[in-house]
Design a protein around this ligand. Sequence first.
Ligand SMILES: *Cc1c(COP(=O)(O)O)cnc(C)c1O
Length: 486
Amino acid sequence: MDRDEPLLIEMSKPGLAPVRVPEPDVPFRGASAWIPERLLRRTPPALPEVAEIDLARHYTRLSQKNFSVDTHFYPLGSCTMKYNPKLNEDFIRAPMIRRVHPYQDEASIQPLLRMLIETQEMLSALTGFPGISLQPAAGAHGELTCLMVFRAWHRAHGEEERTEILIPDSAHGTNPASVVTCGFRPVELRSNEHGLVDAAALREAVGPRTAGMMVTNPNTLGLFEREIVEIARILHDAGALLFMDGANFNAILGRARPHDFGVDAMHMNLHKTFAVPHGGGGPGAGPVGVSAELEPYLPVPVLVRDGDRVRLDHDRPLSIGRVRGFLGSTGAVLRSYCYLRMLGEEGVRRIADMAVLNANYLRATLGEILRVPHDGPCMHEFVATLEGLGNLPDRPALHAAKRLIDLGFHPPTTYFPLIVRECWMVEPTETESKETLDAFCEAVRRIAREAEENPERLTSAPTTTPVGRLDEVRACREPRLTWFDA
Ligand SMILES: *Cc1c(COP(=O)(O)O)cnc(C)c1O
């Protein structure tokens, strides 16, 4: 691959280092006093020496080579790339947050603990679950945590033989991965012709080995599982539990509470729904909510109110134990705290309304250009197929997505969910204007025309980016992450 951007080490000139480390003003015997002689370096490390202005330009140029939600429309279905208010960033950089040390005792971090427990209480109000844990570090980790809680619950009830977890075929790949990681066995459930879980098929599939089911609602086609109450009843009657993948909670935020429609446990991705930067900007957080019955199994420590203080409760004999160090991804949680406090109850409801309105506007407009197999009102996202688009030789969803990049848009999620061929999964989020959505539709219209008249345009895209099509397999298998002096 050609590089037009030199590495810092290649720009380096001796003597240009912008930082001079001052001599220590306390007695210092040097590292050699503690480190064995044979481990000491003979020559100084080859650190790049670059003037400050060149350093600033280097990193600024690098940052401009990529797409970001602050520069481009980013309709990445399921990943929820919404705008992250800058207020959140200012907030978590406040000295009272930034300077807290992980080993400080409870008494000295009461304001921090109070913000964390208030976040729990807000998440509890939005989901309906009395028990919340902020510990899990990401969505998949939240899934695993809930499954561990399920397993502990079944064991406590003498039901060790329950080892199977049902998963619809439209599920996110992390669902079966979490099931296997937890030591359960995933059992796939086929969606019906409407793209939904079929209650009759579910009734057939549950049995004495069923530990539970993972359902995504709205599902990855952007459809609300209309039979969710019946689905929960079938599982409960069979002695199994219902988990909801709530990574993308946008569509029903403040409008429906998963515990009310029969869910026993769910996870939320703060880095999707609750405005925490992700996709390289992490870390995120995947808090979980559980019913009163499952609460004793939550990870320790549990934050509890104790008069007007907040305490870390470690005394939970049934707990599955810790799943994360210290208090979890505090920086992510506090961004969401700031976001929720800023919006208030009314603002949170508006998120759901606008996310659904924007998705339906795009679905209706793009539906004139592409086919939407499961048509009809959607929630926060929808899935279109590009099968048979224009005169492309193969993989139309891929080529059209690459061409979108040339036209200034981040592509939607492609080839997911697996049950729709040549698909795009489009999620505009609530923060986009009608003008942006219209411009996106115009770009897709142009691509559809080019696919007919000039398919080369698509198969050779992108041409406006620093790099074109990457060999993703090779990048995975043979990553070159270390610089060697040639
Ligand atoms: C993103 C996502 C996940 C996984 O979340 P991570 O934080 O990436 O682990 C799980 N399920 C769905 C539906 C998602 O969109």
